[in-house]
Design a protein around this ligand. Structure first.
Ligand SMILES: Cc1cc2nc3c(=O)[nH]c(=O)nc-3n(C[C@H](O)[C@H](O)[C@H](O)COP(=O)(O)OP(=O)(O)OC[C@H]3O[C@@H](n4cnc5c(N)ncnc54)[C@H](O)[C@@H]3O)c2cc1C
Length: 507
């Protein structure tokens, strides 16, 4: 069913374009009123408890924009009704929020527009016969682990429970079991989604297979996903893992240990990352690792050089289930009042590359941070591995690796993060810093002969082009799928935020 066009919006779009602020505000108010008339219990306005709860559920302060109204759909039909109405306005901008953990401002929320917050659609149903978890698109990973573990099952999900299923999975998704089982997106057996024309469709290996592949890495370019059917698998017992905090004197040794780990024979049970955090107040760098070994009886496997790095201040390695690890990690990563911004890049491992990148970061970071010390800043540099691509051509994803590529063996992705209190000049400096660091790291990789060019969407900054990094062929397919399922470009133009296929350019 299509709803009638709020004439005011269409008229102002036609007469003046969608750019005048005053008309856009009025248009958005009309759109919210129209939404309220068709979804009366699901539209929330500023200064109501539900609206405020939605805004404060964003983990990073810079994400807490203030939409004119928030839609909290309960069913796929509600999402369809909202899409029909938003499309028919012709110009009301909207955003879609899953778990709200993407750090780019405006990717999951909007100022003066409509935010569709999927959080009420967080139910998880386990189909025992097929070991499939049917997961509402507003679920967080903790909801999924809590539902599947009582069935002795687990899934390829987030390693921190508060992260959303939707953004994580449609951007790829690196999980505890990814070194042996691949990307989280490859465990999706069916996406249920609302297309631009309001249809509730399914995308899987036999129905809309081109869309199925596009959604695995193409995120919000094709529709609003309402349910993920995830292939779960037996949890054979607890896994081994946790956090180790090293003395700052172990800083360089941890780089060597990670290099040794990446350079030794591939171990499909070794997961996790190593991080260096510089704090301007203490002028100290704290090296840490967060690791898991999914076959505890053979621990530590290839993780040996990392777990044996000394001196250690704290060793929290223990056994637990994915549900327990994800829950404990969430308690550490609480919603904060800090700005958190990030960027990422990849390179191939070599004896010197991690040392050179770490040294470049360590050399430049103290002066950049101390110039904005009043914002209480910190920065982190993290290295981790990429999962293997699907080995079977019949169910490809869109991430740009072929079935015979082995990025899991030699590719490293790094993440650089800044944390700081709100301060305009700090924000400007650190956002520029992200760009400068990524260029510096890429130049080092090029000089070392280990460039990759691939960019992991889930940790990419707005200025990066992860969809373009998938390569010309993949990007071409993504553009064709977007045109086929959304010929008028609703999800390119009106759904703001996210990396758009229309803006991406192949490397
Ligand atoms: C604390 C923390 C831990 C993390 N851990 C991991 C990890 O272990 N492995 C890993 O790979 N990544 C990890 N990430 C990165 C994470 O995958 C991304 O931040 C991801 O975007 C989070 O998904 P979300 O649903 O919470 O995000 P959101 O910010 O809600 O969404 C991200 C994007 O997806 C779109 N989107 C959301 N819902 C839908 C929908 N229903 N249909 C269509 N599009 C939608 C949004 O419009 C937005 O552009 C972590 C991030 C954080 C902050």
């Amino acid at each position: 069913m299509h709803f009638s066009t709020p004439s005011r919006c269409l008229l102002s779009c036609l007469l003046f374009g969608a750019t005048t602020l005053a008309s856009r505000n009025n248009d958005t108010v009309s759109t919210c009123e129209a939404l309220s008339s068709i979804l009366p219990t699901e539209i929330f306005y500023p200064d109501t408890d539900t609206y405020n709860a939605s805004i404060s559920s964003y983990p990073f302060i810079q994400l807490r924009l203030h939409p004119t109204c928030i839609v909290r759909p309960k069913t796929a039909q509600d999402v369809s009704a909202a899409v029909n109405l938003l499309r028919d306005t012709g110009c009301t901008k909207f955003a879609v929020k899953g778990g709200g953990h993407n750090a780019n401002v405006g990717f999951n929320n909007i100022e003066d527009g409509v935010t569709i917050d999927m959080q009420s659609m967080n139910e998880v149903e386990v189909v025992e016969a097929t070991e499939v978890a049917r997961v509402g698109a507003g679920a967080l990973w903790q909801n999924v682990y809590d539902a599947v573990e009582p069935h002795n099952l687990t899934v390829l999900g987030g390693r921190i429970g508060v992260v959303g299923v939707a953004g994580f999975t449609t951007g790829g998704g690196v999980s505890f079991f990814s070194p042996s089982r691949g990307w989280a997106c490859d465990a999706v057996v069916n996406f249920e989604l609302v297309l631009a024309d309001g249809t509730i469709a399914n995308a899987n290996a036999t129905s809309n297979a081109d869309l199925y592949a596009a959604l695995k890495g193409g995120q919000n370019n094709f529709g609003i996903i309402t349910r993920f059917d995830l292939q779960a698998f037996p949890l054979e017992g607890p896994i081994w893992g946790g956090r180790i905090a090293f003395n700052s004197s172990a800083e360089a040794d941890l780089v060597s240990a990670f290099t040794e780990f990446k350079s030794s024979a591939y171990d499909p049970h070794a997961a996790g990352w190593v991080t260096w955090r510089y704090n301007v107040t203490t002028n100290q760098t704290t090296p840490t690792s967060i690791l898991w070994y999914t076959k505890p009886e053979q621990k530590p496997g290839a993780l040996k050089p990392i777990v044996e790095t000394k001196p250690q201040l704290m060793n929290g390695m223990t056994t637990g289930t994915p549900r327990e690890f994800a829950k404990n990690a969430s308690m550490v990563v609480k919603t904060s009042n800090l700005n958190t911004i990030w960027a990422t890049t990849t390179f191939k491992i070599s004896p010197r590359i991690c040392h050179r990148i770490h040294l470049a970061w360590k050399t430049a970071i103290p002066s950049l941070l101390s110039a904005h010390a009043s914002s209480n800043p910190a920065s982190e540099l993290t290295f981790q591995s990429i999962p293997p691509p699907p080995r079977n051509d019949s169910s490809p994803n869109s991430l740009g690796f072929s079935a015979t590529d082995t990025p899991e063996k030699d590719l490293v992705f790094l993440q650089i993060v800044f944390y700081y209190n709100t301060d305009a000049s700090a924000s400007k400096a650190f956002n520029a810093g992200l760009k400068d660091f990524i260029k510096m790291f890429d130049d080092i990789a090029e000089d070392e002969g280990v460039s990759s060019g691939w960019v992991y969407l889930n940790f990419a900054a707005r200025f990066q082009d992860p969809l373009g990094s998938y390569g010309r062929e993949q990007l071409g397919k993504l553009k064709r799928v977007a045109r086929k399922y959304d010929p008028r470009g609703l999800f390119q133009k009106q759904l703001v935020g996210g990396f758009k296929v229309s803006a991406a350019e192949a490397l």
